[in-house]
Design a protein around this ligand. Sequence first.
Ligand code: GH3
Ligand code: MG
Ligand code: MG
Length: 381
Amino acid sequence: MWRPISELTDWRALSADSWDEISRGRVKLQKHLEAVIKSLHDWQIAERQRWRGWQAGTIKKPSLLVIDDDPVGGRKIVAELEKEGYQVSWARTGEQGLSLLDRQKVDLILLDIVLSDADGLEICRQLKTSPVTAGVPVVFVTAMGDDDVIRRGFAYGGQDYVRKPVKTFELLARVKTHLTIKQTQDQLAQLNTELNEANRIVRDQNRQLIETINELETAAITDVLTGLNNRRYMHTRLSEAIGLAGRGMSGFSLIMADIDFFKAVNDTYGHNGGDSVLRVVAETIRAGIRKIDVAARWGGEEFLVLLPGVGLAEAAACAERLRAAVAGRELMLGDRSLRVTMSQGVAEWQPGDREETVVHAADRRLYLAKSGGRNKVVSEG
Ligand code: GH3
Ligand code: MG
Ligand code: MG
């Protein structure tokens, strides 16, 4: 049984929250598209059966409206069409025809051009401007052989004409032809609607996938607690920076920073208090560096900052500014205020240095800053 795509499933249920969800989403999407294709196929079969049913007389034939004020000719047309099995309504005036069309849907209209109360051409024009009836084929039935009348009939949107006195075989052939054209047009329009809907769904799904991928990409390089980059991302950027520096493009420096006596912060203010301090220090570091610098949480209360194109002295000056900013900041934990300091080691990449070499140099100097009294920047040794 054919069902429109919109009824097949709830497509919004396809939102993806993780890689796992994405791959499951893809499988779902594929299943849905298969269902869409099957639905279209079933619909085509149903349409074909409907047509065959008409032909065989097992299904109600299309309904036709004859608008004709000629009692003899009109009756003949109606009789011939009914004999063929069509459902026929007969309106004897233009007004009757129009009011019938207000109440009832028909598949084709046979329209007399000269009516007692109206001009058939005008009625045709009216029908073709209303969205409800514009798609219904109109076949004129006329005793007027005048080329100009026929030309106007086509210009007003009529599909065809039959001359009076009507020859039955010709009338039936034309009616059948225009019903077939109409049916094909309807099928194409329906198919188009279905395909547009399928397209929309695929576009939505793609947009959702892209959003999710972006979110996951950001999550994959971000430290959850502080919002700084994570250690993995820093490795990537470090190896890029070493690649560039190795080719003589531009060097870089590193600042390794570690909060002093952080264990005591945790002991005094609890783990949540410690977390808040980590966030504030991270924020202070980020606010104190350039956009192109990379700051990452390297370990528990340890941060690493990569400064591309920056020499040792300039990096040490930056570290000094960060030191002062952290030390000068009063932190509020509930109604209690505290201050923390951090010690830093600064190192500049030297030709031939690998990642470990330069990171280790910064770490060694951090240790010197700790042993030298903390809340210090050391850039040599
Ligand atoms: P130093 O001045 O020598 O660096 O002393 P310290 O106390 O800062 O260093 P230590 O390495 O002894 O202790 C670091 C503490 O940081 C221990 C650990 O529980 C805490 N820590 C590590 N990660 C987190 C975290 O994510 N949140 C909180 N609240 N504490 C953390
Ligand atoms: Mg520490
Ligand atoms: Mg530490």
